[in-house]
Design a protein around this ligand. Structure first.
Ligand code: UD1
Length: 365
């Protein structure tokens, strides 16, 4: 069986790494990696390929940035050519980025079955491009690999056949647990942020990149004003996403000097910082889940989440995007930080194995 495994944006690499690794233990599976080039900066792409032990992609589509339509269209054209060249038996897409939508639609129109890993998540907020990507991909996929119970419920409500929906746990947590072990064997003094971390001791860790949060000056200023206030209480470490860096520059936004701005970090260096943070503040989907898996208190700078299990487990809190709601969530997070946490069902490092087992058993929709 020849399988195309698609990655395009930074969070995709964390998800394909364990799936690829596990494919090497399966006889009869030939996994080919397709990198769409949605993210292309060394720090947003190649760093992850090297660090997460993924081989160099078999196909690189070089799509680059652009408006949603331009980017999606470029990926579709490149991916169609790759499919026509190699005729894969299955296309596996992960997550909810533009590459996920572009490649699933292209494959399906060529009559190639599609497996969606991280299927069924819903924020019910169609102003998020990711929600559109998730819904379109799920509307045409054949296999649904689901990370949490809410995903199963959403897919069944939308009319998917029960036998096509596989609750397997989370491949991103497979990767996290694998990398955590490697981190224990790493000399962390080699990380450029090592000295800063040691000096600060107690700090918050921040990531921020959602268009809804960073693309308008009013919203970004509101969030920044809450962050400045939090930084008075404890310093913040902030690896800055390229989108956010550009917006901050064009809006002329200055942050408190107690917010330490860092370049985008590799996976290990980032993990090294956030796993020991007193609190993580983020609008990323993945970090909400990774903090839940390790029991690190997290505040999500959004009004909603497509990952409700992270709220139910007690690690994550929805902080909203207004100054007062963020500060209120910060106080609550500190109050709750010593309460017991639970890890979601099947987030045990074995999701990739379950995916290949299900595919081997042939039970799709
Ligand atoms: C994309 C995903 C988002 C994911 C995020 C993770 C979509 C719709 N969005 O958002 O779900 O959480 O990746 O990072 O797919 N840029 C660079 N270098 C790069 C890549 C991008 O400088 O390597 C800049 C470009 O100016 C680009 C901007 O960042 O216009 C945004 O990149 P884009 O891929 O469009 O969306 P993200 O905000 O990264």
């Amino acid at each position: 069986m020849r399988v195309f495994l698609v990655a395009g944006a930074r969070p995709n690499f964390m998800k394909i790494a364990p799936i690829y690794r596990e494919s090497l233990n399966r006889s009869g599976v030939n996994c080919r990696i397709v990198h769409t080039g949605q993210h292309y900066d060394h720090l947003m792409s190649q760093t992850f390929i090297e660090e997460l032990e993924i081989p160099q992609p078999h196909h690189f589509l070089n799509s680059g940035s652009g408006t949603h339509s331009v980017q999606t269209a470029r990926i579709m054209v490149g991916f169609e050519a790759a499919c026509l060249e190699e005729h894969p038996d299955l296309v596996m897409v992960v997550g909810d980025v533009n590459s996920t939508l572009a490649c699933s639609v292209t494959a399906k129109k060529l009559g190639i079955p599609v497996a969606h890993v991280e299927a069924g998540l819903r924020s019910f907020d169609l102003s998020m491009p990711e929600e559109i990507n998730r819904m379109v991909t799920d509307s045409i996929s054949d296999w649904f690999f689901v990370t949490e119970e809410s995903g199963v419920e959403n897919l069944l409500r939308e009319g998917k056949k029960r036998e096509a929906v596989h609750f397997v746990g989370h491949v991103m947590i497979d990767n996290l647990l694998h990398q955590l072990k490697r981190l224990e064997e790493t000399d962390v003094r080699e990380f450029p942020v090592h000295r800063l971390k040691e000096t600060l001791g107690d700090y918050a860790f921040l990531t921020l990149h959602r268009p809804g949060n960073v693309d308008t000056p009013e919203r970004l200023r509101e969030i920044a004003s809450a962050l400045d206030a939090i930084a008075e209480d404890r310093p913040i470490l902030f690896p800055v996403h390229p989108r956010t860096r550009q917006r901050m520059e064009s809006f002329g936004l200055k942050l408190s000097p107690r917010i330490n701005r860092l370049p985008p970090l590799g996976f290990m260096e980032s993990l090294y910082l956030w796993k020991d943070a007193t609190v993580v503040l983020t609008d990323s989907g993945g970090l909400q889940e990774e903090t839940t898996a390790l029991g690190v208190p997290c505040m999500t700078l959004r009004e909603n989440t497509e990952r409700p299990i992270t709220l139910e487990m007690g690690t994550n809190i929805l902080a909203g995007t207004r100054r007062e709601s963020i500060l209120d969530a910060y106080r609550k997070t500190l109050e709750r930080r010593n309460l017991p946490r639970a890890v979601p069902p099947l987030w045990d490092g074995k999701a990739s194995q379950r995916i290949w087992e299900a595919l081997g058993n042939g039970a799709s929709g």
